[in-house]
Design a binder for this molecule. Structure first.
Ligand code: 5AD
Ligand code: SF4
Length: 478
């Protein structure tokens, strides 16, 4: 237990300090309108909520329309070249908007900002601010510099920053499902991946602040949280020891999952992303022992061939991955499994590609994110290996696995047809407000007619009558 009485005075002083800071900062926002658009992974979307929180504290308001914004931020992704190209195209549209709104400040946040740093300001004349993922606390100051007629950059990476004390402002939220960032950065150095360079070293967030965020979300009506990290299985946090007290016990990912699951049995817990080298049986047993930890694991395989996995520096081989899949199926029967796959990595032969295909047949993934290899400047693969697989071969291998995955997704969804599924209603379906949409435990999306007795945030039993390759269709049963 924390000793609150003991720390009250200290807290009062900090509060005053904060109040002063906020007063000074409020003039920076001055009711100006902020627009943020996010690309890439869930972590980026989660970061944008931290950015919004920091700027709302300083007197900004948010808007959903960039044409009426005073500050336009684009939170960017560098993972593949086409992700960066999409951002550049979007910046051109902002350039057009700036012509009729010359005072508009345009900022580039996230991985592309970190990768290109000040070079961005040379390349893209309309960009006023460049901010890396660990420098968001500096945003009010950077915006002030622009107000003073300068362009500003902060791309310092940190070994400590986790934004643990910042309550994210939920953007575009359905009010039911939310992300909680539990760690930042990545230490793995997969040879194809730019993330360790753009997001820096791995660090875990204070467990107590994570549990508090989950509590607060539950009390505000949220019913599902997704714990986010590049490699959640290596989460590890030890609270600083208070003088005169026993040393704190380290919290690993399995412990953290249990702590969050205990917030309330009605709060569903999901997480992403797991790493095949680090996912432990302890995590699997914890998942099995809590009804509210969803039975779904995203376990990127990248390739089904051991030689290619070695070149990718994934630090596991085909047998190890299969062993982890077998453990999941043994400890959590019926668990949903999804993956990431890259086709056409440096020197990949047709035979090695077929190992990926046979891995898909072995696991029968519920879902997969599939990509053609895209060389990223500065990565180990870019330095060590030639990007020697012709584009059309990368694409034809990709087409092959996409078709296979579509068949597997359909097959996996069919297992639910004729069965009752517990579904959390997330809101109306995208197509019609006559239907509700929500997911089952294994993350499959279900669509079913609205029943007036229920609303978003309720758990209902849905009888699944049919499915497409992406969606379950059914009706609520009592
Ligand atoms: N080329 C293609 N796909 C990539 N990914 C990461 N880097 C690259 C790259 N250079 C994919 C991996 C990863 C996912 C987030 O993006 O499959 O798991
Ligand atoms: Fe990139 Fe590998 Fe880290 Fe994932 S685990 S972010 S693929 S380096």
């Amino acid at each position: 237990m924390l000793d609150f009485a003991h720390t009250t005075k200290e807290h009062d002083e900090t509060r005053q300090g904060e109040a002063l800071l906020i007063e000074n900062n409020v003039s920076k926002g001055n009711g100006r309108k902020l627009y943020i658009e996010s690309y890439g992974c869930q972590m980026n979307f989660s970061d944008s909520e931290i950015v919004a929180s920091i700027l709302l504290e300083t007197g900004f308001e948010t808007t959903k329309n960039y044409q009426e914004a005073d500050v336009v931020f684009i939170n960017t992704c560098s993972i593949r070249e086409n992700a960066e190209q999409r951002v550049r195209n979007r910046l051109k549209e902002f350039e057009f908007a700036k012509k009729s709104n010359p005072g508009m400040i345009v900022g580039v946040l996230g991985c592309m900002a970190e990768r290109l740093k000040a070079k961005f300001l040379e390349e893209e004349k309309l960009v006023d601010v460049v901010v890396g993922p660990d420098a968001y606390r500096d945003l009010p100051n950077l915006i002030s510099q622009v107000d003073d007629g300068n362009r500003s950059v902060n791309v310092l990476l940190s070994r400590e920053e986790t934004y643990a004390d910042i309550s994210p402002v939920r953007l575009n939220s359905n009010g039911i499902t939310a992300f909680i960032s539990i760690m930042r950065g990545c230490d793995n150095m997969c040879s194809f991946c730019v993330v360790p360079f753009t997001r820096g070293r791995e660090r875990s967030r204070d467990a107590a602040s994570i549990v508090k965020e989950a509590h607060d979300l539950f009390n505000s009506g949220y019913r599902e949280v997704t714990l986010l990290g590049q490699n959640v299985d290596s989460y590890k946090y030890t609270a600083p020891t208070i003088e005169g007290q026993e040393a704190s016990t380290p919290v690993n990912f399995a412990n953290l999952l249990a702590l969050v699951a205990e917030v309330n049995p009605l709060l569903r817990v999901r997480f992403s992303t797991s790493h095949p080298k680090d996912i432990t049986d302890e995590v699997l047993h914890t998942m099995a022992s809590y009804d509210n930890i969803c039975k779904y694991i995203h376990l990127p395989v990248q390739s089904g061939n051991s030689r290619v996995l070695e070149l990718m520096n994934r630090t596991y081989d085909r047998d190890w991955y299969i062993n982890r899949i077998d453990a999941i199926n043994r400890i959590i029967p019926g668990c949903g499994i999804s993956t990431d796959i890259i086709t056409g990595f440096c020197t990949e032969t047709e035979e090695e590609h077929q190992d990926t295909v046979s891995m898909m047949d072995y696991v029968k993934y519920d879902y997969a994110f599939m990509f053609a290899y895209s060389e990223r400047p500065g990565t180990l693969a870019a330095k060590r290996y030639a990007d020697d697989i012709p584009e059309e071969i990368k694409k034809s291998r990709l087409t092959e696995i996409v078709a296979k995955q579509r068949a597997h997704s359909f097959e996996r969804l069919q297992q639910f047809v004729g069965k009752n599924q517990r579904v959390l209603i997330e809101g109306f379906s995208k197509r019609s407000d006559k239907d509700f949409a929500g997911r089952n435990d294994q993350n499959a999306m279900a669509i079913f007619p609205v029943d007036e007795r229920y609303q978003a945030g309720d758990y209902v039993t849905v009888m699944i009558e049919s499915c497409t390759s992406a969606t379950l269709l059914g009706k609520i049963v009592d």
